[in-house]
Design a protein around this ligand. Structure first.
Ligand SMILES: *[C@@H]1O[C@H](CO)[C@@H](O)[C@H](O)[C@H]1NC(C)=O
Ligand SMILES: *[C@@H]1O[C@H](CO)[C@@H](O)[C@H](O)[C@H]1NC(C)=O
Ligand SMILES: *[C@@H]1O[C@H](CO)[C@@H](O)[C@H](O)[C@H]1NC(C)=O
Ligand SMILES: *[C@@H]1O[C@H](CO)[C@@H](O)[C@H](O)[C@H]1NC(C)=O
Ligand SMILES: *[C@@H]1O[C@H](CO)[C@@H](O)[C@H](O)[C@H]1NC(C)=O
Length: 397
């Protein structure tokens, strides 16, 4: 009787706790994503589609033989194929989704075409902006306000508490991925995604080049959200001992990407220099301090597709997916997949995230899958920097 009573009280309080927390969930992020019954969650990142107005738009950097038959529609076909092959749980469009200036005069129509394969798949999808999206007839604000109205998207214009941070940009938000139904952790977020607006070009003078950066306001929001999520993860019921891993999606790479240029330091390739902001706004440092984020996934530099690890954070390029954006003849357009797998606890239930893996899908004849690698594993302690010696990192005076 006593145990039953206790059980009853526990269950009721669990339900009440859940109900009382729902406004908080709504406040800090959306909880509509969940690991599947196999304990897996898979994210497909599609970057730099540079969609124009469809079949009239020629492709950049394809062979002369392919040129007459290649248009934006090839990007659409690639996306359809990749979604069918990978069957992801979430699709992330990481900016430069549409192209501006002379390429389209109707950004809404172009976005409808560009996102169509995701919308038609019925899979939840999200988008953030790159530096080119606002170049036709919509501002960055109206672009995001339009995107959030499209079917099956979990995109947000900005977090509800944006006013508190006077947050810069449009398209800053957090997604929380809960444990599978039937697991004790079904109402805890086991994997946290942070999508950020890296801006386009700074309006400040005095820079020799002017890509924008992750602002202090955005970093403050990130830090606060991340601390709240850690608090939730570590508290009763089923308190966890560590923080849940996090992943960042951001169009323009943080300056630390430029540190990688030896093939021994990375998986994948560098074929052009990193076009990051002209100053370092400290976002990477913030991530290292928090210790939660295991990967930053960027686009922007279409013909780089590597991952390299620095201070426990993997810096990964997606590689360009769009035919209308620049590429390299003979080097297939591509997309990046990230898959998180939960651990089985001793009672056979799903526990925390055990491993995070990544690979790339190419739009070649065989739709090749390449460069599968383990990005992070729960059982590894913070590794030493991969392949760096002090001499290669520190400037010599
Ligand atoms: C683009 O699509 C057309 C039509 O399916 C195809 O013939 C062509 O080979 C594709 N081009 C590239 C570069 O994939
Ligand atoms: C957390 O750590 C404590 C003490 O080391 C241990 O008893 C407990 O089982 C751990 N909990 C989890 C969820 O790992
Ligand atoms: C290689 O990395 C160093 C910094 O570690 C940088 O100074 C140099 O410019 C890079 N080289 C290339 C070709 O990107
Ligand atoms: C594609 O696969 C076929 C059969 O496995 C193989 O013969 C061919 O070389 C592959 N082509 C490419 C471009 O990898
Ligand atoms: C740690 O994880 C790796 C990758 O999943 C696995 O191969 C290895 O056996 C694990 N080691 C321990 C001690 O659990």
């Amino acid at each position: 009787m006593r145990t039953l009573d206790l059980f009853y009280v526990l269950c009721v309080s669990l339900i009440c706790l859940n109900l009382s927390l729902s406004p908080v969930y709504a406040f800090y992020g959306r909880r509509q994503l969940r690991f599947n019954s196999e304990g897996r969650f898979k994210i497909l990142q599609v970057s730099d589609m540079h969609y124009g107005n469809g079949k009239d738009k020629n492709c950049a950097n394809v062979s002369p033989a392919e040129f007459p038959y290649c248009s934006d529609l090839n990007t659409t076909t690639f996306l359809q194929r990749t979604i069918a092959f990978e069957n992801p749980d979430l699709i992330v469009f990481s900016g430069d989704n549409v192209y501006g200036i002379c390429e389209t005069t109707d950004a809404a129509k172009t976005m409808n075409m560009a996102f169509a394969p995701a919308i038609e798949s019925g899979i939840p999808w999200v988008a953030i902006l790159g530096n080119h999206d606002q170049e036709s007839d919509m501002t960055r604000e109206t672009l995001m306000k339009y995107i959030v109205t499209l079917p099956n998207t979990l995109s947000q214009v900005n977090p509800i508490d944006a006013w508190k941070y006077q947050i810069d940009g449009f398209g800053n938000y957090n997604l929380q991925i809960e444990g599978p139904f039937g697991s004790p952790l079904f109402f805890k977020s086991l994997l946290n995604l942070y999508l950020l607006d890296g801006g386009d070009y700074t309006k400040l003078g005095g820079f020799s080049y002017n890509y924008d950066w992750v602002k202090t306001s955005q970093q403050n929001w990130y830090e606060h959200t991340s601390k709240w999520l850690e608090f939730e993860y570590k508290r009763w019921p089923f308190p966890q001992n560590t923080t849940a891993p996090g992943l960042v999606y951001l169009h323009i790479p943080v300056p630390e990407f430029s540190l990688f240029n030896k093939s021994t330091e990375m998986t994948g390739v560098r074929q052009e220099k990193t076009c990051s902001p002209p100053i370092n706004s400290g976002f990477f440092t913030k991530l290292v301090e928090r210790g939660e984020v295991k990967g930053v996934f960027s686009g922007h530099d279409h013909i780089n597709d590597f991952c390299g690890e620095l201070n426990g954070v993997n810096l990964c390029y997606a590689g360009g997916a769009g035919y209308h954006g620049y590429g390299k003849v003979g080097w297939a357009r591509r997309a990046r997949v990230v898959e998180a797998q939960l651990e089985k606890t001793k009672y056979g239930r799903w526990g925390a995230v055990d491993t995070i893996k990544t690979w790339k899908r190419l739009d070649d004849q065989n739709h090749s899958l390449i460069d599968t690698q383990l990005l992070w594993s729960k059982n590894t302690t913070a590794e030493a920097n991969f392949g760096f010696s002090c001499g290669s990192l520190l400037p010599r005076h």
